[in-house]
Write a protein that binds this ligand. Structure first.
Ligand code: ZN
Length: 132
């Protein structure tokens, strides 16, 4: 990932927060995926009145990317107030397509403050479908 790609990825994650449908939690999340080919695919959280049907921004981004034909990724940026890490479900979904992945955790109130982690650090012992 180039510095320009990194800067753009962070900006996309921050901007995409504004598209979130979060009337219940008011917790806006923006995710941006950098594909292997250098495209940026975004997602925001989509809440539902039944709570359990809520879809995280990261999974929206992965679903959009997969639907668009992408299968390999360089990095995932997630922007929240406070710079929170993805939930366990999103980490497992990411691991479906990435043995490892750079994850940028962005505090949307201070986008200059980015914490870097790897998916392997965030999800040790991921579930892998048993070989038959
Ligand atoms: Zn999640």
């Amino acid at each position: 990932m180039t510095e320009l790609e990194r800067t753009s990825l962070i900006a996309h994650a921050c901007a995409t927060r504004q598209t979130a449908h979060a009337p219940y939690s008011k917790f806006l999340v923006g995710a941006a995926l950098l594909t292997e080919s250098g495209e940026i695919i975004v997602g925001s959280n989509v809440e539902n009145a039944s709570y359990g049907l809520t879809i995280c921004a990261e999974r929206v981004a992965f679903g959009t990317a997969i639907t668009s034909g992408h299968r390999r990724f360089q990095a995932l940026a997630v922007a929240t107030a406070g710079g929170h890490a993805p939930c366990g479900a999103c980490r497992q979904v990411a691991s479906e397509f990435c043995d490892d992945l750079l994850v940028l955790l962005i505090d949307a109130d201070r986008p200059d403050r980015v914490v870097e982690a790897t998916l392997a650090e965030l999800l040790p012992g991921r579930f892998v479908f048993p070989a038959s």
